[in-house]
Design a protein around this ligand. Structure first.
Ligand code: MLC
Ligand code: AMP
Length: 468
């Protein structure tokens, strides 16, 4: 039996004033519960609540407050432009937006077309919340994530799925109240928010959120357990003094994108530690990982977590194909999109990840690529090519657009846009996209073409595009 999501949060025995440090702001668990209780009292009964998800203590208080009240949390990237923000607010039905004072959300809410009432979050408030926890099947989060085409979809994640995933990870990583977790990841995705905040609260470990995930901040934090996307680990190994400062940590964990083997080896050389690599998705949470008590190999994400089953949908004997999953950490569907939901499952009920994988004889999984080149991972962010193409096509000078993820040493992939357009500069198009969508969805490179390469049917052929 999985314990309810927030059970351990209330157990404040052994509380310390720095149980949580987020971008320099310290809170004890009791203070967090008190501030979150005040939020819960204000929003109880709302159908869903948006959170202006800056990397701050206010965001942690807002999220925990909504979870106490049983109101589904809709994190909004703080840098999202009006088009993305309006879509998330409209699609989720969140009429309230939780934000800290001075977080910039007020101005953004005024610029947005969708009416939303901003509710201020103040970590120094205190109120007791005594209602019992909502049912495990109820929705904890609606996380917006990009598909290959169209606008982001809302992924419904239950409290049960989050609790099951965190317990499975605690088992795999021997993660306990004795740990200090350090990371500086964004608080609007699975990695930074679900694992990086709720994981610390559920296991009882201390949390130090560094505000931004820089090598120097990681080195200064003195943690036992560190989370990073491969871009972060790449930047850590580029700064050998900071890397060496992590030698005393218990576990360095990488995820959200493939960790390049040279970065794995450099981490081992500089810290004496072989990093743990784990694999997941917004729709499934984390499902496969190497273990604290097990072997770790470059390029391998290890074995399925307790309760997860995997299979490779491969031609007989081929051994390589789409990774499919079942288990208690899976989502409850895309909000309001039954066809997209059913399309993401096989007829016999397995979730289709869209990732291509192989399994070695000892059960270790390797993720070798994605089925669709229209799903880009840049700096660990998931970006749909179609969403950026649509944003570019909204510019009056753009007649055609094709967006791809080109290999990039630091970001894994970088966004490259090929456009057919007159009378506009590449920088103007980059700024145009950034003004509508989140900053990380901007193309890094824009190339102008006379025409997109097409096949005889007139369909654009991305594989025939010239190199970036
Ligand atoms: C970015 N910049 C640009 C630009 N794009 N400037 C001009 N043109 C463009 N197209 C600016 C940035 O704003 C920044 O400016 C500077 O360039 C450096 O940008 P960067 O190279 O992107 O670095 P940075 O901003 O430091 O971001 C790197 C990063 C970030 C690793 C910190 O990508 C990140 O936080 N990634 C984490 C994503 C994540 O959490 N994914 C998890 C998904 S959940 P300035 O002025 O700001 O310095 C999931 C499930 C699972 O996947 O398995 O975990
Ligand atoms: P997101 O929904 O943002 O969590 O992105 C999920 C995708 O990230 C997966 O479908 C994979 O393509 C990729 N991913 C996550 N973790 C890893 C990993 N350890 N190795 C390779 N790809 C990963």
């Amino acid at each position: 039996m999985t314990a309810p999501l927030l059970t351990s949060l209330a157990a404040s025995g052994g509380d310390r004033p720095d149980a949580l440090t987020v971008a320099g702001h310290r809170l004890s668990r009791e203070e967090l519960l008190g501030a979150a209780g005040a939020v819960a009292a204000r929003i109880a009964g709302a159908p869903a609540v948006a959170v202006h998800a800056t990397a701050t203590a206010e965001t942690v208080v807002a999220v925990v407050g909504a979870l106490l009240a049983g109101v589904p949390v809709v994190p909004v990237p703080p840098d999202s432009g009006p088009a993305e923000r309006d879509h998330i607010l409209r699609d989720s039905g969140a009429a309230l937006l939780l934000a800290g004072a001075g977080a910039g959300a007020g101005a953004a809410a005024e610029a947005a077309e969708v009416p939303v009432e901003t509710v201020r979050v103040d970590p120094s408030e205190r109120a007791e919340w005594t209602k019992s926890e909502p049912a495990p099947e109820s929705t904890a989060f609606i996380l917006y994530t990009s598909g290959t085409t169209g606008a982001p979809k809302g992924v419904l994640i239950s409290r049960r799925a989050v609790a099951a995933d965190l317990d499975a990870l605690a088992d795999a990583w021997a993660w306990t109240a004795g740990d200090t977790l350090v990371h500086g990841l964004p608080l609007f995705h699975v990695h930074g928010l679900v694992l990086g905040v709720l994981g610390a609260l559920r296991t009882g470990s201390r949390l130090v959120h560094t505000g931004r995930p820089t090598a120097a901040a990681y080195a200064a934090a003195g943690g036992s357990l560190y989370f990073g996307v491969p871009t972060v680990w790449n930047r850590v190994v580029q700064d050998p003094d900071s890397a060496r400062a992590l030698s005393g940590a218990r576990l360095l964990v990488s995820g959200s994108a493939p960790l390049p083997a040279p970065v794995f080896r450099e981490l081992e050389r500089l810290t004496g530690q072989r990093p743990v690599e784990r694999y997941g998705m917004t729709e499934t949470l984390i499902t496969v990982s190497t273990r604290a008590d097990g072997e770790r190999r470059p390029g391998s994400v290890g074995t399925p977590l307790p309760g997860i089953r995997t299979r490779i949908a491969a031609e007989e004997g081929a051994g390589i194909g789409e990774l499919q999953l079942t288990g208690p950490t899976l989502f409850d569907g895309y909000l309001g999109r039954p066809e997209a939901t059913s399309g993401s499952y096989t007829e016999d009920g397995w979730f289709r990840t869209g990732d291509i994988a192989t399994v070695e004889p000892d059960g270790f999984h390797r993720i070798v690529g994605r089925a669709s080149t229209d799903m880009i991972k840049s700096g660990g962010y998931r970006i749909g090519a179609g969403e950026i193409e649509n944003a570019l096509l909204d510019h009056p000078a753009v007649r055609e657009a094709a967006v791809v993820g080109a290999p990039h040493d630091d970001l894994g992939q970088q966004i490259v846009a090929y456009v057919v357009a007159d009378g506009v500069t590449g920088q103007a198009l980059i700024d145009f996209v950034a003004a509508q969508l989140s900053v990380h969805k901007r193309p890094r490179v824009v190339r102008f073409l006379e025409a997109l390469p097409r096949n005889a049917m007139g369909k654009p052929q991305k594989k025939l595009l010239p190199p970036a």
